[in-house]
Design a protein around this ligand. Structure first.
Ligand SMILES: CC(C)(COP(=O)(O)OP(=O)(O)OC[C@H]1O[C@@H](n2cnc3c(N)ncnc32)[C@H](O)[C@@H]1OP(=O)(O)O)[C@@H](O)C(=O)NCCC(=O)NCCS
Length: 177
C-alpha cells in the first residue's frame, strides 16, 4: 500500500522507499564517506543497516509521522534521498538530502528540492521550508541558493562534525508567497 504520493519531475521521481531499495541505498551512498562528510549520520557497515533505515522510513509512512523520507529515483535506480519534517501546527517544514557521488552536478538535487518544495507548498499549504548546511559544505549552500532559498542567519558552532570541530550552521529558508 502506497502512502506517499509519488512526485514526478523531468529527471527524477520522488517516492516511498521500499525494502528492495536497500542495495541501492547501501551501494550508492550509504557507505560513502565523501557523501556523509558534512552530515551527522554514520556510514553503513552492512546491507542490514540500510534495511533497518528503510524499515524505519516505512514505519514513519504508516503512522503519518512528520518525518517523511523520499527515495530519489533516476533512470530506474535509487540514487539518493530527500526528507522533510513538517509541523502541522505552524505549517512549516525542514528538508535534508544526499545523493550518490556518481550523480553529482547533473541537476538532480536541484530538481528534487524544487519538486518537494512546490508539492508541500501546494498540498500541505506550508508557509515556510528551511534547510541547514554547515559552513564548509559549499555545494549544499550553493544548491540552496540556486533553489531560491535565502540565507537567514548563522548559528555559530552549532554542530560537532566529522571535521573534528564545531561548525557554524547556515540556515536557509524559502517562503510560500
Ligand atoms: C549537495 C548535493 C546534494 C548537490 O547535489 P547535486 O545534484 O550535485 O546538485 P545540482 O547538480 O542540482 O546542483 C545545483 C547547484 O548547486 C551548486 N553546486 C552543486 N555541487 C556543487 C559543488 N560541488 N561546488 C559548488 N557548487 C555546487 C551549483 O550552484 C549547482 O548549479 P550549477 O551546476 O548550475 O553550477 C551533493 O553534492 C551531495 O549529496 N553532497 C553530499 C551530501 C550533502 O552534503 N548533503 C547536504 C547536507 S546539508
Amino acid at each position: 500500500m502506497i502512502r506517499l504520493e509519488p512526485i514526478k519531475g523531468e529527471k527524477v521521481i520522488l517516492r516511498e522507499f521500499e525494502l528492495n531499495d536497500a542495495e541501492d541505498l547501501y551501494e550508492n551512498w550509504g557507505t560513502d564517506e565523501e557523501v556523509s562528510k558534512y552530515m551527522l549520520w554514520k556510514n553503513y557497515k552492512s546491507v542490514d543497516d540500510a534495511i533497518n533505515s528503510i524499515n524505519y522510513y516505512i514505519e514513519c509512512y504508516k503512522k503519518d509521522d512528520p518525518f517523511k523520507q523520499y527515495a530519489i529515483e533516476y533512470n530506474g535506480e535509487v540514487v539518493g534521498s530527500i526528507n522533510i519534517v513538517t509541523s502541522k501546527r505552524h505549517k512549516t517544514g525542514e528538508i535534508a538530502y544526499c545523493l550518490s557521488k556518481k550523480y553529482w552536478r547533473k541537476g538532480i538535487m536541484s530538481e528534487a528540492i524544487n519538486l518537494l518544495v512546490d508539492y508541500y507548498f501546494k498540498n500541505y499549504e506550508l508557509v515556510r521550508i528551511s534547510a541547514e548546511a554547515i559552513e564548509p559544505n559549499i555545494a549544499s549552500r550553493k544548491l540552496l541558493e540556486k533553489c531560491e532559498f535565502k540565507l537567514e542567519g548563522i548559528l555559530r558552532k552549532k554542530y560537532f562534525c566529522k571535521t573534528n570541530k564545531h561548525e557554524d550552521a547556515y540556515v536557509y529558508a524559502i517562503i510560500n508567497s
